[in-house]
Design a protein around this ligand. Structure first.
Ligand SMILES: [Zn+2]
Length: 379
């Protein structure tokens, strides 16, 4: 559900991406509209009409969600909070903001902007439906506008639940934060309520399903899973941010990592390094200067009968392609670099001199130790 989203357009410098789950939802939604909702409310139309109405209804909903998210994005822009991208997934979208809001006021305003757009959309669709009925538009048109009025109302109500990271949860956190001036406590409470609410929706969905309301049950369970996953993800993100806040790379890096000379053969490398110390990646150094790294992937690219005649220098990933940081780089920046790039190992250098290496495990080991000690201390 949280795989890499596919970017399909961008405006005002904000990238819009679709999570793969949206494609699944789009199909499920079109099908429930074309086979259930529209035939129920508007009987005796042809099945191709229902399909078309379903498609337009789905695309209309998609557009409404996009507008809702743009509402958040505009306020974020006003407060100069960099938005990296908006991702559309299960029931709505998420505007990814690189930083936490700077004040409780900014948080509340940014969170409420989306629901305000939704209110406008509900009123607009409701008005169009009334106008259409009055003027005599075909039922295929008013059917879609009345559906959009209804579904935007549902989105509005769902989004206003005080369950983080839904909009209502952000508003809730902003209010708690403004009231207590304690951002950490407000986040803890809001994310806990969010994941608890997700749990509740999953159970409610299962209950509906068993009681015979299959479609409604599935929708509720999907919403619950989404909400719970998102709440736990924001909880983790918060704890990680808190644990690493203000820390520098030097505190976490492995000093004096085992390094290989570029002149050893692959055979020597495998026997004397890989089988001895079981690491996946080794920096290659020439008189303390980092010249590249070699790992299992590079070894695998060489056929075994060439191992004795190939040197590490011939297969290593060169210095220019390494992810390098300094000892003074902030740990959070380092983590972001790891998440962006493909390699999870960063090389800590001073110019070309190798000072250490930093892996995601190094960071997470420290984070989990910190959490364990602090939660024990709270008991
Ligand atoms: Zn929203």
């Amino acid at each position: 559900m949280f795989s890499k989203p596919y970017n399909f357009m961008s405006f005002w410098g904000v990238k819009i991406g679709i999570d793969l789950s949206w494609i699944f939802i789009a199909i499920l939604l079109t099908w429930s509209l074309a086979a259930g909702y529209f035939p129920y409310y508007y009987p005796s139309l042809s099945s191709s009409t229902y399909l078309l109405m379903g498609l337009i209804g789905m695309l209309g909903l998609f557009g409404c969600i996009l507008l809702h998210e743009m509402g958040h994005a505009l306020v974020a822009k006003y407060y100069k909070l960099p938005i990296s991208q908006i991702i559309l997934f299960v029931f709505g979208g998420v505007a990814q903001i690189k930083q936490e809001p700077k004040s409780a006021r900014a948080e509340v305003l940014m969170a409420i902007a989306g629901p305000i757009v939704s209110v406008v959309l509900v009123l607009l669709m409701f008005y169009l439906t009334l106008l259409g009925v009055y003027v005599g538009w075909p039922v295929q048109v008013t059917g879609i506008t009345s559906y959009l009025a209804m579904i935007n109302t549902v989105i509005l109500v769902f989004n206003l639940l005080p369950a983080f990271p839904l909009d209502g949860g952000h508003i809730f956190r902003g209010l708690l934060w403004g009231w207590t001036q304690n951002f950490a406590w407000a986040t803890k409470i809001a994310t806990r309520v969010g994941s608890g609410f997700g749990f509740f929706l999953i159970f409610l969905g299962i209950f509906f399903f068993i009681a015979g309301n299959l479609i409604g049950g599935i929708w509720l369970a999907i919403l619950g899973l989404f909400l719970r996953g998102a709440a736990l993800a924001s909880q983790t993100q918060f704890y990680v941010g808190e644990a690493l806040h203000g820390e520098k790379v030097i505190k976490f890096m492995q000093q004096h990592p085992i390094a290989v000379s570029p002149n050893v053969t692959i055979k020597e490398f495998v026997e004397m390094y890989v089988y001895q110390s079981h690491h996946h990646i080794y920096p290659v150094t020439d008189a303390e200067n980092l010249v590249g790294y070699v790992g299992l992937n590079e070894v695998k690219s060489v056929p075994m009968d060439k191992w004795e005649t190939t040197s590490v220098r011939q297969v290593m990933v060169p210095f220019s392609k390494l992810q390098k940081v300094s000892t003074e780089t902030s740990a959070l920046d380092a983590l972001q670099l790891m998440q962006k790039g493909e390699a999870s190992t960063l090389f800590v250098v001073d110019g070309t001199r190798l000072l250490g290496i930093l892996t995601a495990q190094d960071l997470f080991k420290t984070i989990s130790l910190k959490l364990e000690l602090e939660s024990a201390a709270r008991r």
